[in-house]
Design a protein around this ligand. Structure first.
Ligand code: GLN
Length: 250
């Protein structure tokens, strides 16, 4: 298949894995741009050439990249991002052809059907995810630890959450994980994140991929068209995970 051919080209340096960092100018408040850095680094460590392409409010969203990441944002910035993504539907088209998309926090809300801001305004989303989001009584801030339910993930997930919105999944979206500590989607069903087609979304900052290498490699494997990638032995990442999971469980 085409993706399979791409990975051998990438390995021989003839082609480059193109990682789209979507709207870091408005969805970069929480350091989630680190997810693109982690993808690039883990690709390079395996001899796969990789490059980050930042798409700002000045750019149309290209549909041809290999993998996309979107970060969290405050309410106003989130609205600007929503408008841009509806006007330039490159992300929607990329997901339709199966390109992996990682959407963090505000982005889970933007990719849904609609979200209500903390001021009570309802904003139409881009409907890539079958979910809606409404503000909850209190803001959820703190360490989050979950058990993944997505096929291909076996390790607990760790992240830092900071959101007021709570997301209710419809039948076409499946949860990413079940909450063990923290809030997650925050509507009382114990779920965290949403998965639909090639989109994986979560409330986990951290950045999420720095804390969860298994999730990073799942996205990389899908982006390069291989079944799985041999794990990398990085003691510092193991140590970070141990500390963060312990902090969530305290
Ligand atoms: N503004 C959204 C909320 O509070 C998302 C926040 C975020 O991305 N951290 O729910």
């Amino acid at each position: 298949n085409i993706l399979g051919d791409n990975v051998s080209e990438m390995r021989s340096g003839e082609s480059t894995l193109r990682i789209g960092l979507v709207l870091p100018d408005v969805m970069g408040t929480y350091g989630d741009g680190g997810n693109a850095l982690v993808l690039r680094q883990r690709a390079l460590m395996r001899g796969i050439d990789a490059q980050i392409i930042a798409i700002t409010l000045d750019d149309p969203v290209p549909e041809s990249l290999d993998v996309y990441t979107l970060g969290g944002a405050e309410d106003y910035a989130q609205r600007l991002a929503t408008r841009h993504l509806s006007r330039y539907p490159g992300l929607q088209r990329a997901a339709e052809r199966g390109a992996p998309v990682l959407a963090i926090c505000a982005a889970i809300q933007v990719l849904g059907h609609w979200y209500e801001t903390s001021a009570g305004e309802r904003v139409e989303g881009i409907s890539m995810l079958d979910l809606t989001t409404s503000p909850q009584a209190t803001r959820s801030i703190g360490e989050l630890a979950t058990r993944p339910v997505l096929d291909g993930l076996t390790q607990p997930l760790t992240g830092f959450e900071n959101h007021r919105g709570g997301s209710t999944l419809g039948p076409d979206a499946a949860p990413l994980a079940r909450v063990e500590h923290g809030t997650g989607n925050g509507v009382g069903d114990g779920t965290e994140g949403a998965v639909q087609g090639s989109v994986i979304s979560t409330y986990m900052h951290g950045p999420a991929l720095a804390r969860n290498p298994e999730l990073a490699d799942l996205l990389l494997a899908r982006a390069t068209g291989v079944d799985s990638l041999a794990p990398l032995d990085l003691p510092e990442v193991t140590q970070l995970r141990r500390e963060r999971l312990a902090a969530a469980r305290r």
